[in-house]
Design a protein around this ligand. Structure first.
Ligand code: SF4
Length: 641
């Protein structure tokens, strides 16, 4: 513990604008102790605890090889380029670290040679490809449409047998990782490592999972499969390049994936008619014969490159055949199978329903495991996440036990925030959906006016978002999710004066806007899972009459707490969270949900919201109403003067 104390003292001295937070020390001590004793820990750390330093410093002091997994590449970037880089400068301990992204983030030298097209973006791509030293897609100022055809793909990669292995961007970077003390990955790569039998990541002793509330969903996706038009078409072009006669197959493949009548309007179970057509397609593809032909060609190949291409294509064909068979049989009881529409092509998908076994396999591969997030508990305990991941007891249970710790946020929500709960709108259930949508527009408008824009409005469905975006009347600049990629929307929000952003799922978590730029978060409905969503439906079915208390309610609480967490991001932030779902006031479970939020004053009238904002110290930009002729950019400029 002495080492930890002195490291935290150094942090206190060296970190610009350091704020002493007992919660951060408490978390760092708990993580340190778990790593020292080869234990496991579930730790919920409220917004503002400073959890990344609270786990990074103990990991560095442990002197053991550590994998840190986060939810997104953006968070990986922050750990590598800010937090770990800073700690390496200030701490006396010597340690090394690196980030590993999935193979599909790197240019593949083999696949690049196979692809060309006449387009301006291809010319720009070629220029970059001839100069890059890393092959990392992040260096590109644009992501070309054809990236998936030139990036690494595990199904088409023969690793050390590949003739380009020694120069391969991905493997060159990968080989340097064996010496690193800390490797930062994202959840998908962590789970692909598990799926591969731990053949992707170098051996490490400790695992820290940040944003751990996403663990189950990532396992569910990674252990599922996809049959898509792009996959099959890519294979046909590859086979044509290998002189296998496939021209007669393009039309049936087009017909299977693109027939408009086959395209589902929403995600839905795979219809019998689709299965019959898939059987026909399989017969026409005659993949067994293709494998036989390729096997014959393999030995007579006149170059290493051709031999490698043939060998990896055989693997690709075998994998495709297994996926098609799986969708025809649909006999894996641990999976749910469904179909969806992806840009006007049919896509068949499967996901794992229960992730407990896979999660156990994951944690058993590490001496210590830390799982953390700002939202791991529902109604004050870890029971939900423990049940979903098969964590059956607390330590000292040697099998799956975890220590548990809840660390509250250092923010003073009573002073900094106000909770508006609407009591007037109809209950947003199926029967009242339309009238709720119509009436919600006026309430959203008046809340936005009270806060002078600066609002994030989070919906649970695209249809409601669309309805509001088409019918809202406001002088404030507003955009809706889908108008541009999420990262650009966030940038737009930060650069625009008094903005309003209407968004759904992606923005319930991960968006981090400090200060007055974001002062109102509207959560339109309690984010219950969507009936008709196959994995959710199947999980509910398996839970029988416990489906509401054991799944629907706790997962809605976690999601709602994530959305709520967008508002207060620093000790100086102030603002309002408005929830327009009157079930929070009228139902017994509503009270459970409200009790899961930080304690703060609750109001039910928009005038009280206005009064709250009026009582806030006025800053030039926030008091400035974007009226006729005053452009948003000008409003932002006023702030910066
Ligand atoms: S080893 Fe070869 S096939 Fe695999 S990513 Fe590297 S260049 Fe591509």
């Amino acid at each position: 513990m002495n080492d930890l104390k002195s490291a935290l003292n150094i942090l206190k001295k060296e970190f610009p604008d350091f704020e002493h937070r007992p919660q951060q020390v408490e978390m760092a001590e708990a993580v340190f102790s778990c790593l020292q004793n080869n234990e496991r820990l579930l730790v919920e750390a409220g917004t503002g605890v400073g959890k990344s330093f609270a786990y990074l410093i103990p990991a560095i002091l442990s002197d053991k090889k550590t994998i840190i997994s986060t939810a997104t590449i953006a968070l990986q970037d922050q750990l590598i380029n800010k937090d770990l880089t800073f700690l390496r400068k200030i701490l006396p301990q010597q340690f090394s670290f690196a980030m590993l992204k999935g193979k599909n983030n790197y240019l593949c030298l083999k696949r690049e040679r196979e692809f060309s097209e006449l387009s301006e973006s291809f010319m720009r791509f070629r220029e970059w490809a001839s100069e890059t030293e890393t092959g990392d897609k992040d260096e590109l100022s644009f992501i070309p449409d054809f990236w998936t055809k030139v990036c690494g793909d595990s199904n088409d990669c023969n690793t050390a047998q590949c003739p380009f292995y020694s120069d391969c961007f991905y493997y060159r970077h990968f080989r340097s990782l064996y010496k690193k003390d800390i490797i930062v990955v994202n959840h998908y790569l962590l789970m692909y490592d598990l799926l591969s039998g731990f053949n992707i990541l170098p051996f490490h002793e400790q695992l820290i999972i940040d944003e751990a509330h996403q663990t189950e969903n990532v396992i569910s996706h990674v252990f599922g499969s996809v049959l898509s038009y792009q996959h099959v078409m890519w294979l046909l072009y590859r086979l044509r390049g290998l002189k296998i006669a496939v021209d007669h197959l393009f039309a049936p493949v087009d017909s299977f994936f693109k027939t408009p009548l086959s395209l589902p309007k929403t995600i839905s179970p795979i219809r019998d008619e689709i299965i019959e057509r898939l059987k026909d397609l399989k017969a026409q593809l005659a993949l067994d014969k293709v494998i036989h032909r390729l096997d014959g060609q393999k030995d007579s190949a006149d170059s290493d490159e051709l031999r490698d291409r043939t060998v990896t294509t055989i693997t690709y064909v075998m994998s495709l055949e297994a996926i098609i068979d799986d969708f025809i049989m649909q006999d894996d009881r641990n999976k749910v199978y469904y179909m969806t529409d992806n840009k006007k092509t049919l896509e068949l998908k499967s996901n794992l329903v229960e992730s407990q076994k896979s999660f156990q396999d994951l944690i058993c591969a590490y001496e210590s495991v830390i799982m953390t997030s700002a939202t791991l508990t529902a109604a004050g305990d870890f029971n939900f996440i423990k049940a979903r991941l098969g964590i059956t007891g607390s330590l000292p249970d040697p099998g799956t036990g975890f220590n548990e710790m809840i660390i509250g946020s250092p923010f003073n929500y009573r002073k900094q925030a106000l909770l508006y709960l609407d009591r007037e709108l109809p209950v947003p259930d199926r029967a009242n959906n339309e009238i709720f949508q119509q009436k919600s527009v006026k309430v959203i408008e008046s809340l936005i006016n009270a806060s002078n824009g600066r609002s994030l409005v989070l919906f649970s469905s695209y249809s409601h978002l669309r309805y509001v975006s088409e019918n809202i009347t406001t002088d404030y600049p507003f955009k809706s999710q889908g108008e541009m990629p999420p990262a650009r929307l966030i940038k737009w929000f930060k650069m625009t004066g008094n903005p309003v952003l209407l968004a759904t799922a992606t923005f319930w978590q991960g968006i981090d806007i400090k200060g007055d730029d974001l002062s109102l978060v509207v959560l339109v409905k309690i984010p219950f899972g969507t009936p008709g969503e196959p994995v959710y439906d199947e999980r509910c079915r398996r839970l029988g009459d416990r489906w509401f208390n054991d799944l629907a309610l706790p997962s809605a609480i976690l999601q709602l707490r994530q959305g709520f967490g967008r508002l207060i991001r620093s000790a100086d932030d102030r603002g309002v969270v408005a929830i327009l779902d009157k079930r929070l006031v009228t139902s017994s479970y509503g009270r459970t949900i409200v009790s899961s939020l930080p304690e703060m004053d609750i109001v039910h009238r928009v005038e009280e919201v206005k009064r709250f904002f009026d009582s806030m110290p006025q800053k030039e930009n926030v008091s400035c109403h974007v009226g006729a002729g005053l452009k948003p950019a000008l409003t932002k400029k006023i702030k910066s003067i």
